[in-house]
Design a protein around this ligand. Structure first.
Ligand code: CTP
Ligand code: MG
Length: 255
């Protein structure tokens, strides 16, 4: 993550997507950034380890990923000083679940370090990586499969997202409405976000540490990721009140 952001030149043609060997079946990996400190969620420690519906948040997330057979393995990126993961999730299958204490100061740095770890473990440029927030614990196997089905043959890859339903306001610093923005054509980005390793790694190096999702990095190279309809349930636990909502939703039978 040392390269400065240079930005894509408006009007310039998008650079070619790297070509991949024909006939080589790509593998799919999941990469779960789990190294944040959860500042907005208030007291209670890093939000990925807080309990909802009887389990740590990240345990629900990993259970959904583990139920998708097409994922060859899931790599969880932990903070270098994480002392909670193994205690919070004892007895996990190490065959398809890997951990690396290589988290960075920002989400983008954590994802970049995780991609390097996947490369060290043998992942190839043509392999797909599904990056999914540990804190988005209401993800379901069906939604993950929907994203893989939609992106598998795509040249760029894509992300789960939802068209904006609410009217969008620009705010002043003192909490008043500065303007009403046109919501048509606006989508809220979710995760997983699915891109080829050989495109995502250089895109993140190009975009710098400021990006908050993988699609922005891909866009910075001039590519247009595919928008795949996600679900309202697949929200990211961010604010203190989100935990009670997640608890209620996780307890719905048959979800
Ligand atoms: N994340 C990470 N490394 C960081 C920051 C975030 O791996 N340096 C992870 C979080 O653990 C989370 C996901 O990225 O699963 C989404 O980030 P966010 O919701 O912003 O989590 P936090 O950064 O922990 O929360 P906050 O921004 O409120 O401090
Ligand atoms: Mg954050």
């Amino acid at each position: 993550m040392s390269l400065p952001p240079t930005g894509h030149v408006e009007g310039a043609a998008a650079p070619a997507v790297p070509g991949y060997a024909i006939g080589v079946e790509p593998r799919c990996y999941a990469l779960v950034p789990c190294a944040g400190s959860g500042q907005r969620a208030g007291p209670g420690g890093p939000k990925q380890y807080r309990h909802v519906a009887g389990q740590p948040v990240v345990a629900h997330t990993l259970a959904a990923l583990a139920a998708v057979p097409r994922l060859a393995a899931t790599l969880v990126v932990l903070s270098p000083d994480d002392g909670q993961f193994e205690q919070a999730l004892p007895g996990l299958d190490g065959n398809r679940l890997w951990t690396a204490r290589c988290g960075g100061a920002t989400r983008a740095a954590s994802v970049c370090a995780g991609l390097d770890e996947l490369i060290a473990r043998g992942a190839q440029p043509h392999d797909w990586v599904l990056v999914h927030d540990a804190a988005r614990c209401l993800i379901t196997p069906a939604l993950i499969d929907r994203l893989i089905d939609a992106c598998w043959k795509d040249e760029i890859g894509g992300l789960l997202a939802l068209p904006l339903a609410d009217t969008l306001k620009d705010a002043t610093p003192d909490g008043r409405v500065a303007a009403t923005l046109d919501r048509s054509g606006k989508w809220a980005a979710q995760t997983p976000q699915m891109f080829r390793l050989g495109l995502l790694r250089p895109a993140l190096a190009h975009a710098g540490e400021g990006v908050t999702d993988e699609a922005s990095a891909i866009e910075s190279l001039g590519h247009a990721p595919l928008l795949v309809r996600g679900a309202l349930d697949n929200f990211k636990l961010t604010w203190p009140e989100d935990f009670a909502l997640a608890e209620r939703l996780l307890q719905v039978p048959g979800r």
